[in-house]
Design a protein around this ligand. Structure first.
Ligand code: ZN
Length: 207
C-alpha cells in the first residue's frame, strides 16, 4: 500500500514522454472544434473521452504508437481524465507486451539453443522484474516492453539461465555471464531497471 500511494504523485499530460523501441506516445494539440469533429469519426484503435458532451481527449493506438489528441483546455488535472489516460496506457502497454515479450523470448531461446516451456506476461509484485517457475515457464511484467532493449534482453536471459540453475549461486552467474557475453554481476539488467528514474513511473502506468 505504501508503494501504491507513492505512485499517485504521477500525472499523465503532454509533458509525458515515452519513446521506446516498441511503443511511443505522441501528443497533438488541436482547436476544440476540430477535436469535437474528430471524436465521432471511428478509426481502428481509437478511444474517445467525452465529458459533459465535449470531447476532451482522443487516443489512437496503432500497436507501436499511441497518438493522443487534445485541445488547449483539456483538463489534465482532473481525476476523470487521469484515470482514463492511465487505463488507456495500461491497456496499450499490456497489449504490446503480450505481443513483443513472448516473441523476444522465442528469439533469444533460438539464438542460445536453450528452451523453456512458455511465457506469461502478467503483473508481478514490486521489485520482481521477472521469474522462472519450477517447470521453466517465464513470467514477465508488461512494463518491461517499454524499457531499453538491452535491459529487456538482460531480464529474459536472467530467467533463461534459471532453466539450468534454480538459484543465484556462482554457477548461475557464471552461466548467465556466458549467455550475456559479459560479466553478469557487473551488467545486472534487473538492478539497472530498479535504479532507473523511470522505474516508478512505468510501474504507475501499468498498475
Ligand atoms: Zn533470478
Amino acid at each position: 500500500m505504501e508503494a501504491d500511494r507513492a505512485l499517485n504523485r504521477f500525472i499523465i499530460n503532454p509533458s509525458f514522454r515515452l519513446q521506446s523501441t516498441y511503443l511511443s506516445v505522441d501528443w497533438y494539440v488541436v482547436d476544440p472544434a476540430t477535436l469535437q469533429a474528430e471524436g465521432p469519426i471511428a478509426r481502428p484503435g481509437q478511444s474517445v473521452l467525452t465529458l459533459r458532451g465535449k470531447v476532451q481527449v482522443i487516443a489512437v493506438n496503432s500497436g507501436a504508437r499511441v497518438d493522443i489528441i487534445y485541445h488547449p483546455d483539456t483538463e489534465f488535472d482532473t481525476p476523470t481524465v487521469q484515470k482514463w489516460l492511465r487505463n488507456m496506457m495500461r491497456e496499450a502497454i499490456t497489449t504490446r507486451a503480450c505481443e513483443i515479450l513472448p516473441a523476444r523470448v522465442r528469439y533469444l531461446e533460438n539464438l542460445k539453443g536453450l528452451y523453456g516451456s512458455g511465457v506469461k506476461v502478467r503483473k508481478l509484485p514490486k521489485n520482481i522484474l521477472g521469474c522462472c517457475t519450477g517447470r521453466n515457464e517465464i513470467h514477465l511484467p508488461p512494463f518491461l516492453v517499454i524499457f531499453r532493449q538491452d535491459w529487456m534482453d538482460g531480464v529474459i536471459l536472467h530467467e533463461m539461465a534459471h532453466y539450468v540453475h534454480k538459484h543465484h549461486r556462482k554457477p548461475f552467474w557464471d552461466f548467465l555471464s556466458q549467455l550475456l557475453g559479459t560479466d553478469a554481476r557487473a551488467a545486472d539488467a534487473k538492478n539497472d531497471i530498479a535504479l532507473s528514474p523511470y522505474f516508478d513511473y512505468y510501474r504507475f502506468l501499468t498498475s
